[in-house]
Design a protein around this ligand. Structure first.
Ligand SMILES: [Zn+2]
Length: 66
């Protein structure tokens, strides 16, 4: 059973500008959280502990896809 292909899931994507200059993107909340946590863990291990899903979603921008 798949609900991932509904149009609503893909009307926007998430963008997070990391202070280090890297731009992280994800198509869904889960994806931007996963990508960001992976980036933090790899590049900013001391920050990684402090950041949780809600912090990432708070910092991320949602861009409507055209
Ligand atoms: Zn970074």
């Amino acid at each position: 059973m798949s609900t991932a292909d509904g149009p609503k899931e893909f009307e926007f994507h998430w963008v997070l500008d990391c202070p280090c200059g890297e731009t992280l993107t994800g198509l869904t909340e889960d994806e931007i959280v996963e990508v960001s946590l992976a980036h933090l863990g790899a590049k900013h291990p001391d920050m990684a502990e402090a950041y949780e899903r809600e912090h990432i979603l708070f910092m991320a921008r949602r861009l409507i896809r055209s």
